[in-house]
Write a protein that binds this ligand. Sequence first.
Ligand code: ATP
Ligand code: MG
Length: 427
Amino acid sequence: MITATQTIHKTARWNPIFRPVNTCRTRYRVLKGSAGSGKSVNIAQDYIKKLSDTRYTGANLLVVRKVDDTNRDSMFAELESAINRLFGDYADKVWRITRSPLLMECKTTGSRIIFRGVNDQRQREKVKSVTFRNGKLTWIWIEEATELQEADIEILDDRLRGELSNPNLYYQMTLTFNPVSATHWIKAKYFDVDSLDVLTHHSTYLDNRFIDDGYHRRMEMRRERDPEGYKVYALGEWGETGGLILTNWRAHDFDIAPERFDWYRYGQDFGYNHANALLALGGKDGELYICKELIRHECDTGEVIRDATAQGWRKDVPMWCDSSEPDRKHTWQAAGFNARGVNKGGSAGSVHAQIDHLKAYPAIHVHPSCTHTIKELQQWKWRFDDKRSLYLDEPVEFFDDAMAALRYGIEDDRREMPHYRAVRVRR
Ligand SMILES: Nc1ncnc2c1ncn2[C@@H]1O[C@H](COP(=O)(O)OP(=O)(O)OP(=O)(O)O)[C@@H](O)[C@H]1O
Ligand SMILES: [Mg+2]
């Protein structure tokens, strides 16, 4: 029989910056860090390793995000990749994974991982009643912890109590997040007080040995174009969240079948070094739905077309693309797609008109599978003028590829009809 620990040590790769995190037993491990610093991969591997280890028999993990739907796409996938990285070909001998319900169970220890949200009262009640077949709830991982209210954390904290039969076990909550605002309650609660119960940790993309060169180049670009954003997203420092362009959106699950919308379109921003972003958008009762995304870095047009075709992106749906790259548009047309160039007109003016239209939707619904788009929405900002201490009427041109696809994709809706009038268009 393969023992879990035997397999782990052969294949795992770790970033040394997280060593103190992985060995500490404090009740709270609070990991602040820049995008791409390696937090999620590290914590996923750390938990999979421990939950597969018979010394920790009786341990179980609850994974929490504010919105439960985003768990399925991000956290579940992250932990599944960690299992594959750690166990390779033996993964399904050591772990049993089911998608409905979302559940992971280690076959050697009986430890389980379950996933929950705390978005409303019903979900919070569900968290209060979690139980496990073997052992107790010992560990909680809260990803993107800044999304939660302090009261949510207290409900979770209350769940970690009582005698533990195995002396190797301990209670622990792990919080991972990109620091947003310096006024956030997480800073006051964990960083501004000295406590033996708390380990705080800081990491940046520069600490991640496994990040690709393209990422380094994008961050350097950000340093030039958006110094304020660079501090938060590249250096992981506490920052400010003012100046966000869109606040009328939320991520939640919905039916993405094209037939249910009043109109359905694709929007695409071409890119190679920047991401190539393709979005599927639907309009219903005057509200906007972002249904699907296809994001590719450093892929040529042919590769993106192959992926889109394999994923079933439809050829008959009008696809609005960046008109400044007619060659790429023609390549899509030659592959049978209904690609059209968005006439940018007086460029800056039309960007503003597109943004105004986006801001005027009573609601923009984002399917939780669109994880990249959600990240862009969270940080798409107006440029800040340091000297005058005010936001300018200019979007920061960085990490905005899905935002460009979004602006293009609403072209018909913007030109043909006021957003609040639902009109059925030809598909
Ligand atoms: N231990 C590792 N082994 C292999 N690859 C890794 C490892 N750690 C990080 N990476 C690579 O670096 C990328 C970024 O890491 P990760 O997603 O963990 O960052 P993060 O700090 O969670 O970022 P964010 O704040 O944006 O969520 C991963 O997608 C992966 O490609
Ligand atoms: Mg992460």
